[in-house]
Design a protein around this ligand. Structure first.
Ligand code: CU
Length: 197
């Protein structure tokens, strides 16, 4: 989502930059013809030497006109850009692809201790969307299980990897929203959770 938003902002900025260039060149072309000199007591806004010079006054007028035109163009483009961003986000939600979330079974979890820092799984708690998959990888030097439920209540039956050997993996797709505690049946201090939105 973040990269999409950045892309949308970059696109909008590019559109504005192009529109600004067109507005300025268009304004310059319009002003290329005979210009009507207006009041000589013009600007304190520009640093052009305006003193008693009708050319300077004309130039200041042109600069102000171009600035005004460019300002209007930018406002218009910003509105268009915001609409495009909203449409993209809506489309993203409708077509959101299922994601895979990775959890490692870290080294050293076959002896107690990791539970003190909630690090028996890395990460121990993950939050996903319905339809997403969690993929566990055992990078420890011992076998473990990924078993839905809790040490106190036992296996829930929702998912159970059985033994996941060293360097092996287990994956489960969560189709239903809810909060799923899980643990390792070999090392019951290893507890984690998956929250499915
Ligand atoms: Cu274990």
């Amino acid at each position: 989502m973040v990269s999409i938003d950045k892309a949308a902002i970059a696109l909008t900025m590019a559109i504005v930059a192009i529109a600004l260039g067109v507005a300025i060149s268009g304004g310059a072309a319009q002003d290329a013809g005979p210009t009507v000199a207006t009041s000589p007591t013009v600007s304190t806004e520009t640093s052009e030497p305006t003193a008693s010079s009708s050319f300077g006054a004309d130039l200041a007028e042109k600069v102000r006109e171009q600035a005004a035109t460019a300002g209007q163009t930018i406002e218009l483009e910003e509105e268009i850009g915001m609409e495009e961003t909203t449409m993209e986000e809506t489309t993203m939600e409708e077509t959101a692809e299922p994601q895979t979330h990775h959890v490692e079974i870290p080294v050293g979890t076959s002896v107690p201790g990791c539970e003190e820092t909630n690090s028996c799984w890395s990460p121990a708690d993950v939050t996903i969307n319905a339809g997403d998959t969690v993929h566990w990888m055992n990078v420890d030097t011992a076998a473990h299980t990924v078993t839905g439920g809790s040490p106190a209540d036992g296996p829930s039956g929702v998912f159970d990897s059985s033994l996941v050997m060293v360097d092996a993996t287990y994956a489960f797709t969560f189709d239903d929203a809810g909060s799923y505690d899980y643990f390792c049946m070999v090392h019951p201090w290893m507890v984690g959770s998956v929250t499915v939105n």
